[in-house]
Design a protein around this ligand. Structure first.
Ligand code: MEZ
Length: 533
């Protein structure tokens, strides 16, 4: 499957392997990291960002593609929607059917609320399902939430909102217990203790996993729990605009049937946005590891209704996206591969960084190696560096790859590549939105009765998230959002429903001279070629 040039380079990787096994490159200093990020990380390429002209974050910069959507046109004209005709009337409306949405719905249901999930695809069609390597929690004797906090704070460049990070790490052990009790089959030693590994930037082994399909396993169990509880799930139906009441509080959403395009009105005392990330916007032309539905919809819904964003200018490019073969270009190669000892090496077989630097530093380092130093290996779509997977079985013994990362073994074996015997080519892929809707420790956004949880929320991870803290955040903040929204709805007296904010936003656009042909939220990516349209 590999080209002759690739095979020649593999010989060099093999020639340096023994020597590299005992000698990891040193970790970078803070100033080396900062210089590297500034020069090579895509977040610092200023010409790919626009300054917002209107809305709660007027004056802030966000990626161009996101700016177009945030300052785009609504799908509806408010006069088209008859708000007196209510199709769904609930206490808690959860928008999004991934890990955060499902966790929120379960806890809202547990809190006695009449809760409904609406999702534009099916429940479980989400980034949670795609997460591979694991979920962090400091639940071992040599670890503590305080150490977890410090790791995530350093990884996030000290920009994490302290009260959110505190919640994340202190509630992590109970999140794992909750999942385990629900039936998630975590990897365990024969004595029943959880097997844990390192991730980039972790000082303790606290990554709990279900092989390399941790997210799929967690989502399987959450979905079953939603179904078992009889929580209604309206699938293939997207929220296209939030509804507020006449006091500006969240009061529901306008829904659209994805097939018939028919609009419906959902009235709710509290609303939870759990729509996930934005990888399918392909910022700066990057491929993505994200689910098909990751189009930043929640940011658009929230922003138009007046919710503030935090750190919407910072994205995570997962260092190890598949760079070859083309059929899996951009697909996630779990960080667990590096956790298990595989090193990143260049075309000459040289290790150019410590294998467990944080993701932003690792991605920038790979970009420097390929684009600047020209020490990448040519691929049909550019270049990549080697992830030296055969090291794993040299370190941990034969059979480790099949046991610990069977998904990776399978993904590559389809293309004739046996990762136990030969290394694989990787390059950064758009993986995660570090920022999002600003929330407080109760998961409340800056709009009353509007909650957010999961990847759509910003602030927990600062400006760079560590591996395994996303599966954790969907559970911790999903559960909190559900509990708080259920509690809150007991006190809510809904006023008159309105869509005035939608027309107000479009007047603001006009006044700012914004002429947009963009309709948002986007809902689904478009991959048709121009001549196919
Ligand atoms: O947290 C993640 O993004 C994750 C677990 C990804 C991975 O590399 O497997």
């Amino acid at each position: 499957m590999y080209t002759q040039e690739m095979l020649d380079s593999i010989r060099k990787v093999e020639a340096t392997r023994q020597e590299r096994l005992g000698h990891e490159p040193r970790r970078m200093t803070e100033s080396e990291k900062n210089e590297l990020l500034y020069k090579y990380h895509p977040d610092y390429r200023q010409d790919n960002f626009s300054v917002l002209k209107i809305g709660p974050n007027k004056g802030d910069k966000v990626p161009d593609e996101l700016a177009d959507l945030l300052q785009g046109n609504s799908r509806i004209k408010d006069e088209e929607i008859d708000l007196s005709k209510v199709d769904y009337d609930v206490d808690v409306l959860v928008i999004g059917g991934g890990g955060a949405g499902a966790s929120a719905a379960i806890e809202a249901h547990e809190g006695g609320a009449n809760v409904m999930i609406v999702t534009k695809l099916r429940i479980g069609d989400a980034n949670t399902m795609m997460a591979e390597g694991g979920i962090q929690a400091a639940d071992k004797e040599n670890d503590s939430p305080a150490i977890h906090y410090l790791d995530a704070l350093g990884g996030g460049h000290y920009a994490n909102k302290p009260e959110l990070l505190y919640k994340l790490v202190t509630e992590a052990p109970s999140a794992i217990k909750w999942l385990n009790d629900l039936g998630v089959m975590f990897d365990k030693a024969p004595d029943g203790t959880m097997i844990t590994t390192h991730g980039g930037g972790t000082s303790r082994k606290r990554m709990h996993a279900a092989k390399d399909y941790s997210g799929a396993e967690i989502m399987r169990v959450l979905r079953d729990e939603v179904i078992n509880r009889g929580i209604p799930v309206i699938d293939f139906t997207s929220a296209v605009e939030l509804i507020l009441d006449d006091e500006g509080k969240a009061a529901g959403a306008v829904l659209m049937n994805m097939e018939t395009k028919e609009y419906m009105v959902a009235r709710a005392k509290t609303v939870i946005i759990a729509t996930g990330g934005a990888g399918r916007l392909h910022y700066q032309g990057f491929p993505t590891s994200n689910h098909y539905g990751a189009t930043a919809d929640g940011l658009i819904l929230g922003y138009r209704a007046g919710a503030k964003l935090l750190y919407a200018d910072t994205l995570q490019y997962h260092p190890t996206g598949a760079a070859y073969p083309e059929q899996i270009f951009g697909a996630l190669v779990t960080e667990k591969v590096r956790s298990l000892g595989a090193m990143l090496v260049n075309v000459n077989g040289e290790a150019f960084m410590h294998p467990l630097e944080t993701r932003d530093v690792s991605a920038a380092s790979i970009i420097r190696e390929c684009d600047d130093r020209k020490k990448g290996v040519s691929t049909p779509s550019g270049s990549g560096v080697w992830l030296d997977t055969p090291m794993i079985e040299i370190i941990h013994g034969e059979g480790t790859i099949e046991k610990r990362i069977p998904g990776m073994l399978r993904m590559y074996s389809k293309y004739g590549i046996d990762i136990r015997k030969v290394p694989i080519l990787v390059y950064p892929t758009l993986h995660y939105q570090n920022g999002g809707l600003e929330i407080n420790a109760e998961c409340l956004t800056t709009v009353e009765n509007l909650y957010a949880a999961g990847e759509v929320a910003g602030g927990i991870h600062g400006r760079n998230r560590l591996m395994g803290n996303s599966l954790l955040d969907v559970i911790v903040f999903g559960r909190n959002a559900g509990k708080n929204a259920a509690k809150r709805c007991k006190e809510v007296k809904l006023g008159r429903l309105t869509l005035d904010h939608v027309s107000r936003f479009s007047k603001e656009m006009e006044a700012a001279g914004i002429k947009s042909s963009c309709i948002s939220p986007k809902l689904l990516p478009i991959y048709t070629r121009r001549h196919d349209k």
